[in-house]
Design a binder for this molecule. Structure first.
Ligand code: HPA
Length: 275
């Protein structure tokens, strides 16, 4: 059964008193630092929002926070649905469409990813330019919800060029390296094999992760503009000898990335809203 995003929006609306957020930020695994710096913060656990997914993955808090970041009204989603946890299309769609119902126009997503981009080592950030949906699944399959968007949605420039330009300019000002690259969505929850990483490199991807693409598809379907920053928490499987990939490692390196995101996002937010 598909949850009604409007009911979710109704549960969130009282939290927004005095705020009119035009931008929302989704924080990935271990990247929640900015949530602690929100001014005038109002917090609602996902468990209290109909149809919102409660993640069991360590590092995902599953709560919505509304408030101000660098003086900009914003909604922060701390935690997201993962298809590898068994999330269905409805759990991906409901939060994004609830944001749309509440007047949000732009979405800034963050995630953790493994890199095979030549200049992106662990601890660095990468701006997603485009994606490859290696998982081969779309949250829009099945009957189209005409109320939200068209049956066939174009994904050219899905990662908004103007928002990307703002993020690159701010990163340059702050001295934070932010190369652009192609994100491959791998379903997970197992990490990839080295052979799969070689295949993804051959396909033209630069980094790989287990999230984000379904949200981007749903966001573009309902007309939200999107940008995504990946936190490179490791080199992908087979890229470094003696490397053992684990969620603990992802989380410890995510802290280094979070420190950069916590500087970049507030600095970019005023221009992002205007972009
Ligand atoms: N692969 C997939 N997802 C990830 C990785 C990875 O190497 N690192 C962090 N998330």
């Amino acid at each position: 059964m598909s949850a009604d995003p409007k009911k979710a929006a109704d549960a969130i609306r009282p939290l927004l008193k005095g705020l009119a957020p035009k931008i929302a930020i989704v924080l990935g695994s271990g990247l929640g630092g900015i949530a602690e710096t929100i001014a005038d913060a109002r917090v609602l656990p996902y468990a209290e929002i109909p149809g919102f997914p409660v993640s069991k993955v360590q590092g995902h808090s599953s709560r919505l926070i509304a408030g101000k970041i660098a003086g900009v009204d914003a909604i922060v989603l701390q935690g997201r649905a993962h298809v590898y946890e068994g999330a269905d299309a409805s759990q991906i769609k409901t939060p994004i469409r609830a944001l749309k119902t509440l007047g949000v126009e732009k979405l800034l997503l963050t995630n953790a990813a493994g890199s095979f981009h030549p200049s992106s080592d662990e601890g660095s950030l990468l701006l997603i330019e485009d994606h490859i949906s290696w998982a081969g699944w779309s949250p829009l399959q099945g009957p189209n919800d005409d109320e939200w968007g068209p049956r066939f949605v174009a994904l050219t420039d899905a990662y908004d060029p103007k928002m990307r330009a703002v993020l690159k300019a701010q990163a340059a000002k702050l001295g934070i390296a932010l190369p652009e690259g192609i994100y491959a969505w791998y379903l997970g929850p197992n990490f990839e094999t080295p052979a799969e990483i070689r295949a993804l490199r051959g396909l033209g991807a630069d980094i790989v992760g287990m999230s984000t693409v379904p949200e981007v598809i749903v966001a573009r379907h309902c007309g939200l503009r999107v940008a995504t920053i990946s936190a490179v928490t490791n080199l992908a499987a087979g890229m470094r000898s003696n490397q053992h990939l684990s969620h603990d490692h992802t989380q410890s390196i995510a802290k280094l990335c979070a420190e950069k995101l916590d500087r970049l996002i507030p600095a970019a937010l005023p221009d992002l809203v205007g972009a």
